[in-house]
Design a protein around this ligand. Structure first.
Ligand code: C2E
Ligand code: MG
Ligand code: MG
Ligand code: MG
Length: 293
């Protein structure tokens, strides 16, 4: 196949690039419209403590249901929102909406929940980010201690100094910082020594094949051991099976999140889920029969 006609390859690829650019352009113009038309909404996925079985937090995840284009997954539109700068108004909408929502959960009989929100690297470069977050917390009345911001390691590759500064300011306010998809970025571990972090999220790609894959077993064990020694907490992402859950609990992982317990859901549905969890025996809520700790 190395002997294929180079010219045809060129035409093939240039056509692909053209098509990609068209799709991008269409997403971009539709996204601007979508913000005005309120086509975005948030879903929330519970996070569970592996010792108590209690729901201790939720992660907010954005969804786009476009009139023109149908359902578009965040892995497709977030990168374009980042490249076009639309992530700033969209990110602000996400922060405000999720915080507003989280305040209403504090009025249920469920114990306080932390709210985790994903921050894109671009947002961290936004000059007024700290002020914006302070303003949103003040407007909504959400205590900063209940807010957790998730960022990926990639932020420590290019903007390590400024990111460290901003994260420090956010932590000073009482906000918690989590590293999303821990271990999958290309950054060195050195940031763990001087960046203010509360929690790391063990990436789904390491969780997927435990306990069968010995490499993943070694990696997850080492991540938990190392980050515990550094005084950090862990939450495992993408937990889908009881075997994964048992392994994580046995190895001292603090929290977990994944389809085994619950999929991301609309605010209203989560509200029902929470009030049930607060009143009923939690074990009966858990698909697949979560064992008593
Ligand atoms: P993430 O922050 O690492 O989110 C975890 C993703 O894993 C979510 O996908 C979630 O629905 C999915 N997930 C959770 N449990 C399971 C499971 O047990 N099995 C499997 N297979 N998947 C599970 P989603 O919602 O499609 O989001 C994908 C990515 O898009 C997120 O990864 C995050 O990087 C980005 N994203 C989503 N919402 C936002 C947002 O509000 N702001 C920003 N900046 N990025 C967002
Ligand atoms: Mg996340
Ligand atoms: Mg993740
Ligand atoms: Mg593997």
């Amino acid at each position: 196949e190395a002997k294929r006609d180079g010219r045809n390859d060129f035409h093939f690829f240039s056509k692909q690039i053209q098509q990609k650019a068209m799709v991008r352009h269409r997403l971009e113009t539709n996204m601007q419209r979508a913000l005005r038309l309120e086509e975005f909404h948030l879903v929330y996925q519970p996070q569970v403590n592996l010792c108590s079985g209690q729901i201790v937090g939720v992660e907010a995840l954005v969804r786009w249901q476009s009139d023109n284009l149908g359902i578009i997954p965040p892995c497709e539109f977030i990168p374009i929102a980042e490249e076009t700068g639309l992530i700033r108004p969209l990110g602000e909408w996400i922060l405000r909406t999720a915080c507003q929502q989280a305040v209403t959960w504090q009025h249920t009989n469920h114990p306080p929940l932390r709210l985790a929100i994903n921050l894109s690297v671009c947002q961290l470069g936004q000059p007024n980010l700290v002020e914006l977050i302070v303003k949103i917390l003040r407007e909504t009345g959400l205590p900063p201690q209940l807010l957790e911001l998730e960022i990926t390691e990639s932020v420590f590759m290019k903007q390590k100094e400024s990111a460290t500064l901003i994260l420090g300011q956010l932590q000073q306010l009482g906000i918690q910082i989590a590293i999303d998809d821990f271990g999958t970025g290309y950054s060195s571990l050195s940031y763990l020594k001087n960046v203010p972090i509360d929690r790391i999220k063990i990436a789904q790609e390491f969780v997927r094949d435990i306990p069968e894959d010995p490499d993943d077993v070694a990696i997850v064990q080492a991540i938990i051991a190392m980050t515990s020694r550094l005084g950090l907490k862990q939450i495992a992402e993408g937990v889908e099976t009881i075997d994964q859950l048992d392994f994580l609990r046995q190895h001292g992982c603090h929290d977990m999140q994944g389809y085994y317990f619950a999929k991301p859901m609309r605010a209203k549905q989560l509200m029902d889920f929470l009030s049930k969890a607060a009143t009923e025996n939690l074990n009966t809520l858990v698909e697949g029969n979560y064992p008593a700790p």
